[in-house]
Design a protein around this ligand. Structure first.
Ligand code: AMP
Length: 182
């Protein structure tokens, strides 16, 4: 199972990706988590990414592609994966398509978790990440609408998109996603 999770920051895609990964027995690949590890280890990628993350900006595609490519080469990805936070731009989506085709693999489904913007702001207000202060949150939402939301149409046209109403308790959202994958 090769799955992409889409959704605005705070829509719950990370939580759902983690639950689904356990259930489907495939790795959960969060590019945000991968970057945070790079930052913790003060690697060249981490040092480059840090300023973008702090400002609520997207890390440049060239860096992201490098980070993802390395992770996809790990043997645990051979049976599938759940991508959380990648792709975030159309060019990342095209890159992913090309890379998977080259590996004779393909995306099975793209799950878009839909949550009302006011609810998202409330959820983000109680998280404790350094990029969750109100000004940065607002900026991340703007970036999401400008750069990432167009992916919904992109995957709709590829016939892969599943729309999930994410305004429900965690377990219900998981059940909805699993039903949509049947
Ligand atoms: P996340 O944990 O997915 O919310 O990601 C945290 C931050 O990491 C984002 O606000 C971006 O700055 C950066 N990031 C994560 N994934 C990507 C990506 N695919 N493209 C660009 N930047 C990313």
């Amino acid at each position: 199972m090769r799955l992409i999770m889409l959704g605005a920051p705070g829509a719950g895609k990370g939580t759902q990706a983690q639950i689904l990964a356990e259930y489907l027995k495939v790795p959960h690949i969060s590019t945000g988590d991968l970057l945070r590890v790079e930052i913790q280890n003060s690697t060249p990628v981490g040092l480059q990414a840090m300023e973008y993350i702090r400002a609520g900006e997207l890390v440049p595609d060239s860096i992201m592609i490098q980070v993802l490519e390395e992770r996809l080469r790990d043997p645990d990805c051979s049976e599938g994966f759940i991508l959380d936070g990648f792709p975030r731009t159309l060019s990342q989506a095209r890159y992913l398509g090309t890379t998977l085709r080259r590996m004779k693999r393909e995306i099975d489904s793209v799950v878009n978790i839909d949550v009302d913007q006011q609810l998202i702001l409330g959820r983000l207000a109680i998280r404790q990440r350094t990029d969750d202060d109100p000004k940065t949150v607002k900026h991340r939402l703007d970036v999401y609408h400008r750069e990432t939301a167009p992916l919904i149409d992109f995957y709709l046209r590829e016939g892969l998109l599943r729309h999930i109403d994410g305004d429900a308790p965690e377990d219900d959202v998981t059940a909805r996603i699993l039903r949509s994958l049947d």
